[in-house]
Design a protein around this ligand. Sequence first.
Ligand SMILES: Nc1ncnc2c1ncn2[C@@H]1O[C@H](COP(=O)(O)OP(=O)(O)O)[C@@H](O)[C@H]1O
Ligand SMILES: [Mg+2]
Length: 244
Amino acid sequence: MNLVEFESVTKRYQLGEVEVTALNSVNFTVQKGDFVAITGPSGSGKTTMLNLIGCLDSTTSGEIRVAGQPVSKLNDRELDLLRSRTYGIIFQNFNLVPVLSALENVMLPLYLHGLSKAEMRNRAQASLAAVNLTRFAGFRPDQLSGGQRQRVAVARALVTEPKLILADEPTASLDTASALSLVGLMKQLNTERKVTFVFSTHDQRLLQHVKRVVELRDGRLTDSASIESAQQAAAAKTDESEVA
Ligand SMILES: Nc1ncnc2c1ncn2[C@@H]1O[C@H](COP(=O)(O)OP(=O)(O)O)[C@@H](O)[C@H]1O
Ligand SMILES: [Mg+2]
């Protein structure tokens, strides 16, 4: 079953007198085990799309189904439950709590899950180990590098064992080496632990490490498969004209 399905999803924002179409008839699916990058220039609709995938916003028209359930039919309580059971979220600016240690930051999402303190601690430690930060468990965010902070954020997103991790430009505040290492880590979690990732980026250097790339242009989505076939068609056309 598809984890997430978009069927002809349109999202419009009203800005005073002006209406902005942020997403235009988008069809899109995420399957278990996917590792998808949403790319496209600034303003193309990436954040809008991630917010819709994460059920943080509602569509203007079209339907979104998460684990087969049409999201528009759920009430607030059902939506909260679906969100907390489905998603882990990594923010662009890490969003770590400055006065808490790395371990305590990673434990935070577990407070909603009714676990004992010892169990929360164990799971947070396992999650920090998965991102190679065991040694830094007691460090506060200001004692860590940018790359390490973002790995804490990945550990925090992992700790609830979500079905899908969403990340909006997770590498935007990182230098190239840290950005590549973060994508490497996500890829490793995807391969070894079958964690599903959907993230946005406008950094072309990261895209070669991704299984699937979809591209937004002015709110319209092109899948990597169709990008490839368009490229092949263009190449074939060039060949033809060379022959002619
Ligand atoms: N809350 C909002 N109110 C009005 N317009 C918005 C809002 N959020 C996004 N937009 C507009 O929707 C379009 C897509 O924005 P966004 O999804 O943030 O793109 P991206 O993340 O690719 O930069 C832009 O034209 C943006 O100005
Ligand atoms: Mg954005």
